[in-house]
Write a protein that binds this ligand. Structure first.
Ligand code: TMP
Ligand code: ASP
Length: 236
């Protein structure tokens, strides 16, 4: 499948049309952004690592019964996906307190959340991805109440599957963000799953192995992503 024209350029990926109206190509770039795109840097190998990481995770999720947009890897930096109508809402599941939850509620980083939490954010960098609730999604027409039920159900199922997968690799799945869209009316997991959009800590040392290394200037960002990939058995 060949790329035709750039349909959309995101902060870390570009989306291309193909000659199939139902399929798109995602190109994972080396751009790494934080703080709603206010800081962007190029990190060598990041596009390749995230593309392969995402392919591995999406295939695991498909095998476990989660409908995803992923079709197949096309090369080091590209994959073929289904063309979804994206819902501009970010679903965040948290197992341990970190990031904006710590800031918003003033709780200690690292405390176990029992049970997990499920939060929604509007995907809008210019507004700083504001925290929203289900009634906003329906009132403003970003998604239906039925869409939300399915998005929550799938997010929690992803949490179960991936918590176990990362635990077996000696990692805590602290939190993660998912985006969904519809494909011929069905809710399907879209976007990507990579260390850019989740928090992963070493189980023993609690060393941060995700994009917080970039956000917090901790260094060795891609080295950490590669270490996670190696522990999971992702072929790079
Ligand atoms: P937060 O603590 O900043 O709300 O982020 C929670 C999780 O969601 C964390 O793993 C990072 C991820 N995330 C994104 O990938 N993109 C975003 O725009 C936001 C707000 C969070
Ligand atoms: N993905 C968002 C950004 O690039 C938020 C983040 O990851 O910090 O700004």
């Amino acid at each position: 499948m060949e790329k035709r024209e750039e349909l959309y350029r995101g902060k870390a990926k570009s989306v291309y049309t193909t000659d199939d109206a139902d399929r798109l190509i995602l190109l994972f770039r080396n751009d790494t952004s934080a703080f709603d795109g206010k800081r962007i840097e190029q990190l060598d190998r990041k596009g390749m690592v995230n593309n392969k990481f995402n392919a591995f995770i999406m295939q695991k999720l498909e095998e476990a019964g989660i409908p995803t947009q992923f079709d197949k890897l096309l090369g080091d930096n590209e994959c073929l996906v289904k063309k979804l109508e994206m819902i501009p809402v970010e679903c965040v599941v948290r197992n341990y307190a970190a990031g904006s939850l710590v800031k918003r509620l003033g709780v200690e980083e690292g405390i176990k959340l029992n049970p997990y939490t499920f939060e929604l954010f509007l995907k809008d960098d210019a507004k700083g991805d504001p925290f929203i609730n289900e009634s906003h999604v329906v009132a403003f027409g970003w998604g239906t109440a039925e869409n939300l039920v399915r998005m929550k159900e799938l997010s929690l199922k992803v949490n179960e599957i991936l918590t176990k997968l990362f635990d077996d690799a000696g990692l805590l799945l602290v939190d993660f963000k998912l985006e969904f869209g519809t494909f011929h009316g069905e809710i399907v997991l879209g976007d990507e799953f990579s260390p850019d959009g989740c928090r992963l800590w070493d189980k023993e040392t609690r060393k941060k192995m995700d994009k917080d290394r970039f956000r917090q200037g901790l260094g060795d960002v891609i080295e950490a992503y590669e270490e996670v990939a190696k522990r999971l058995g992702v072929p790079l």
